[in-house]
Design a protein around this ligand. Structure first.
Ligand code: TXA
Ligand code: MG
Length: 311
């Protein structure tokens, strides 16, 4: 059922059920983050392997105390600047946080989403919500209630409808290692904005094949089609029907564009619905022009490269 009834949503969550919730980034598949049965249901519905941990969503900063031991000074600066918003922090976890949530890691990922409906829901319950993106494992993340309905509608009792996701890319994930601030996932908050607050450059932590870092699978966001990426402003291919060309900005020679006006904000909000539309048997090869490598363009390119893998 697609509804905006918060009481219904709350009742299902309170009895250990799993529902879909809107956030400003993407829709999440949510359950009680402190209840191992609810967490296990999320993994099962999403068909997600248990080694890939979930983010805990909170409605009040106070709740952090129940999840983590210490908050590094730089984490606090980021919380002050960007919460509620598209930023997830990976912090040292309290023993009481279920190991199933963190896949056995001693750190827990936490964020406070800014979507008003979900923030209201979070403030009205006594526990954080575990919520991965509400898509089957490895598929494109949902940015509308209808996206969730089309794939997980029969597996969950309720989809809380909060309209289109404003940002459209998952949260940026930041960790703290020794004295370094590192990025685990590019996302809806631009690195440049984070660096401006911390007043120093930060590094992107990439994994080598042997060193499995959660959530960094090369193949992800897949529309199940052959995608060929073109460098930004590079030479465009000659097309053979039924191939399609997606350019960064609207252009006469292309079928569609990622961004409507060339801005990264427009591109971010459209990229996942576009990838879903391309999951269509009538379409041949898909040529996609990458975004300029700045602001949210970096995260858009990250998603496009994973969607296209193996090239
Ligand atoms: O915007 C978002 O973050 C959305 C909305 C629903 O909040 N959620 C989301 O969740 O994207 P998910 O599960 O699709 O991606 C969470 C990522 C995964 O790549 C996971 O591996 C990583 O966060 N993660 C979770 N806990 C972690 C931890 N303790 N250490 C390192 N990475 C962690
Ligand atoms: Mg996901």
């Amino acid at each position: 059922m697609i509804t905006d009834d918060l009481d219904l949503a709350k009742n299902i969550l309170n009895s250990g059920g799993v529902i879909a919730i809107p956030t400003e980034t993407v829709y999440g598949l949510a359950g009680n983050a402190m209840d191992t049965n609810s967490i296990a249901s999320i993994f099962r519905i999403k068909n997600r392997p248990y080694f890939n941990p979930l983010i805990a969503h909170i409605g009040e900063i106070e709740q952090l105390k129940s999840l983590c031991n210490t908050i590094p000074v730089e984490a606090q600066k980021l919380i002050d600047a960007f919460w509620p918003g598209p930023l997830t922090l990976v912090l040292s976890k309290k023993k009481s946080v279920p190991n199933l949530l963190t896949s056995g890691l001693d750190k827990v990922a936490v964020r406070m989403p800014s979507h008003p409906l979900t923030l209201k829901l979070l403030k009205s319950i006594k526990y954080p919500l575990a919520a991965p993106s509400a898509n089957p494992y490895k598929y494109v993340s949902p940015t509308s209630a209808q996206h969730v309905e089309s794939q997980l509608g029969s597996a969950i009792p309720l989809i809380l409808d909060g309209g289109q996701c404003k940002i459209g890319l998952e949260s940026t994930i930041i960790g703290f290692e020794d004295n370094d601030v590192v990025i685990y996932r590019l996302g809806g908050l631009a690195i440049e904005s984070i660096e401006e607050v911390l007043k120093k450059p930060i590094a992107i932590k990439t994994k080598s094949e042997s060193d499995m870092l959660p959530g960094q699978e090369k193949k992800h966001y897949s529309p199940g089609k052959k995608i060929v990426l073109i460098p930004f402003a590079g030479a465009l291919p000659s097309l053979v029907s039924p191939d399609v060309l997606i350019t960064w900005k609207p252009q006469e020679s292309s079928h569609k564009s990622i961004s409507l006006d060339g801005s990264d904000i427009s591109g971010a909000s459209r990229i996942f619905s576009l990838l879903r539309e391309l999951d269509n048997p009538q379409i041949g090869k898909i040529f996609i022009e990458l975004a300029p490598e700045k602001g949210l363009g970096k995260a858009i390119n990250d998603r496009l490269m994973r969607a296209a893998y193996p090239f």
